[in-house]
Structures are given as structure tokens and as C-alpha cells.
Design a protein around this ligand. Structure first.
Ligand code: IMP
Length: 198
């Protein structure tokens, strides 16, 4: 099966993407590739961060790989936390701290509209291709649910009343930003594979 390194140290993301890609490709995490590297996300856009992560791993290994960068963008906070989603409450703080900061800033705010946006950068045979997906929703008044990760306990997608953290992975994938971006990645890869073997 074709190997694809997923340039992330986030095992939750690996599980989500594997559940979407299935057996079509052998998605291998950095850890399973024996690569111990903390990849910086120094840029102001998801696109630049995703690109930097995948080129870092491609230049290191010479193997086909992809990375993704995701941000939660809230309308009333002018798109924050956005690219700062992972360290919103400060470097080294927990998901609970990040959620708490978001809820505090939105305290008493009526407009709770938000969306998740994912950008995937794929590098295959030395060429980069970008894909994206988003999921519209709103921020709940308090954290609910134990599943998922990150901001899942406070994000409720349009079309449902549950937070992502109250859903099975299967249900999260009905709405998810990562699912939409990965579907584009998959469709590209299957076309690419067909061309290669013609
Ligand atoms: P990253 O920079 O792409 O790793 O993601 C930034 C932060 O966004 C992560 O640390 C998580 O807190 C959050 N995040 C990314 N994807 C999701 C998701 O699917 N649900 C909830 N939070 C997420």
C-alpha cells in the first residue's frame, strides 16, 4: 500500500484522518516513522503553517507526506483564536485553559458564530498541493462531552445540537472541517494514482 507520512505529533488527528482514508493509503505518523521533531507554526496563516510543516518533513525524508493546520475562527472575536488556536491561553497551557479563555472573552456576547477551518498541504513527488475544508457552527455556553480533543467540548456544528465532544468520531465526520479537507485530498490522490499507473 502507498505510504504517506502525516507530519503531525497529534495522535487524535492521526486517528481522525486514518478513519477517513481507510485502507487506501498507509498513513504513518511522525512517531511511527521514527521522527522526533517538534515542527514550528510561526506564520500568520493556516496555509503557510501547513506548508512549512510538510516541506520540513519532505526535506528531511524525501518521502511523500502531508500536514494539516486547523484554526477555530469566531466571528465576534475577529477570527480569533485562528492560527493561535493551539496556544491561545499562552505557550504550554492546556486545552482547558484555551477553552476557558475563549468562554471568558465571549461572556455576555450574543454572536457566538464560529467555524473550524483546516488546510492540508500534500507534497507528492516534490510538488505541493493545498486542500481546505471548513465547518460552520457556534460556541456553546459551557464545555460538554468527553470525546474528541481541543475545542470540541464547546463547538456545536450547524445542523446538530451536540458539541463535537458529545459525538462519536463517525458523527463528527458528518460535519467536520478535517473530513471535508481530507475528502479533497483523497479524491486528488485517487486521480493521481490512476494517472501514475496508466
Ligand atoms: P493545529 O495547530 O492544527 O495543531 O491546531 C490548533 C489547535 O486547534 C489544536 O491544538 C486544537 O486545540 C484545535 N483543534 C484542531 N482541530 C480541532 C478539532 O477538530 N476539534 C477541536 N479542536 C481542534
Amino acid at each position: 500500500m502507498n505510504k504517506l507520512i502525516f507530519a503531525t505529533n497529534n495522535e487524535n488527528k492521526v486517528a481522525e484522518i486514518k478513519s477517513i482514508i481507510g485502507d487506501l493509503f498507509n498513513v504513518v505518523s511522525l512517531k511511527d516513522s521514527g521522527i522526533e521533531k517538534d515542527i514550528p507554526e510561526p506564520h500568520e496563516t493556516l496555509e503557510e503553517n501547513a506548508s512549512e510543516k510538510s516541506w520540513t518533513i519532505y526535506n528531511l525524508t524525501g518521502e511523500n507526506c502531508f500536514s494539516e493546520d486547523t484554526g477555530l475562527e469566531t466571528e465576534a472575536l475577529n477570527g480569533e483564536p485562528g492560527v493561535k488556536s493551539a496556544r491561545y491561553a499562552g505557550e504550554g497551557r492546556s486545552f482547558t485553559d484555551n477553552i476557558q479563555k475563549l468562554l471568558t472573552l465571549l461572556n455576555g456576547v450574543e454572536n457566538r458564530k464560529a467555524r473550524f477551518r483546516t488546510v492540508i498541504s500534500l507534497i507528492i513527488d516534490g510538488q505541493e498541493h493545498l486542500f481546505s475544508g471548513s465547518c460552520e457552527g457556534h460556541i456553546g455556553l459551557e464545555p460538554k462531552g468527553e470525546k474528541g480533543f481541543g475545542y470540541d467540548p464547546v463547538f456545536i456544528p450547524v445542523g446538530d445540537t451536540r458539541t463535537f465532544a458529545e459525538m462519536s468520531l463517525e458523527d463528527k465526520n458528518i460535519y467536520s472541517h478535517r473530513k471535508k479537507a481530507t475528502a479533497q485530498l483523497l479524491s486528488f490522490l485517487s486521480q493521481y494514482g490512476k494517472k501514475m499507473y496508466q
